[in-house]
Design a protein around this ligand. Sequence first.
Ligand SMILES: Cc1cc2nc3c(=O)[nH]c(=O)nc-3n(C[C@H](O)[C@H](O)[C@H](O)COP(=O)(O)OP(=O)(O)OC[C@H]3O[C@@H](n4cnc5c(N)ncnc54)[C@H](O)[C@@H]3O)c2cc1C
Length: 406
Amino acid sequence: MTYDVIVVGAGPAGSIAAYECAKHGLTTLCLEKSPIPREKPCGGAVMYRGLRILGGHLPRSLVEQKIYGLRFSLPNGTKSEFISDKMIGITVFRNRFDEHLAKRAVNAGSELMENTPVIHASTSDDSAKVRLKDGREFKSKFIIGADGVNSVVSRSLGLRPQRKDLTKVGLGMESDFYVGAEGVNQATNGNPSVLEIIPSEDKISYGWVFPKREHLAIGVAGSGVHMRALRPTFDRFYKNIEKKIGVPLTLEKRRTCFLGGDGLGSVNVVNRGILVGDAAGFVDPMMGEGIAYAMQSSVFAADVITSAIEEGKYDSVQLSEYHTLCKKEFSANFQMAAWAGSKGTSFAERVLPSVNGFKLASDVMAMIARGEIGYADIPYVILKKLPRQLPHILQQAVQSRILSSH
Ligand SMILES: Cc1cc2nc3c(=O)[nH]c(=O)nc-3n(C[C@H](O)[C@H](O)[C@H](O)COP(=O)(O)OP(=O)(O)OC[C@H]3O[C@@H](n4cnc5c(N)ncnc54)[C@H](O)[C@@H]3O)c2cc1C
């Protein structure tokens, strides 16, 4: 049988792609190398932008915490908080969240094969083909490479070099620490609805503490070129957190993984083939956030492939619309994040405290997390909202002047 679409990988990107293709009436096969549920090193923060793609249909049991804000704890001891009255995201356990998405795709009509590693992918004028580790081959009209940051599909199709360029990828290490509901409460001063981000002074760019119901997800991430420093940095980081929160942290397992990068600077389509999610490198270059981008890029890929099948056109020119859609949606965010990331901690220390506590800043942060605006819209939104919030801002500025002069 020749499928319309073969999707390689059943992470958020692959399962959303499979769901969308099946929903569009395409015969879809999703191939996943691991048994599901599978582990994925991740902080498990899913921004509302990504949840919107699910149309609000997520079982309550998968939601570990509803998130309303971000707190940046800077090395100089200052904190900047941006808390919204709107939900900006949730925390999840990736094994259960991803399992839900995979089942959702199957319920929509996609076929799923677990324990099925793909070792090669190719495309020709008349079909796309994948070869499995066990020697079997499957054919389709299109292939979607959703096989993550170490994508076999991207390399087989000649879209990425055989050896990873460590200057273009990030590397993270994390663990979920069981502390019980009481421990989460103590660690978060009774407010587990805030993601804590801790820019680091050394070469690893930042760390995080994300509250779950009975666990704290703690991790660090930085550029792939600083791989050696990762483990000692992680250990130092979580031990410092332990001292700070006064809750014993027992390390069960360190998990590490590359983070994708440079998605828009690379070619992500060939004749009959598209890369999505981490395989394409769609990850925020400063924060390493990738789940929502993975989901959104897969919606675009499924739409573009559906049109291509309707029109009977299978070449990369037809598929280039995918690049246009991703660029329009992601490029301002990625550029701004890369720029801010390149400035390092000193930038965060200069800029974040100066907007700390301003409702306008929290509103803007929430709008970005919820996908209501992109980074490029920030100046416009500020200009639009500023007149209404100006009296409040001036009042806060005067108060903080008075306080700092005492
Ligand atoms: C330490 C760390 C923390 C992170 N924290 C966050 C966070 O809090 N929030 C956030 O938004 N993002 C976070 N990210 C990024 C996020 O995890 C990724 O962007 C996201 O998982 C991308 O989804 P994906 O479906 O593209 O890839 P993946 O989730 O990696 O899924 C790829 C799938 O393909 C399968 N696969 C791989 N090779 C093959 C093959 N040859 N054949 C068949 N199947 C294959 C894999 O088993 C996997 O199931 C973090 C990343 C790291 C490393």
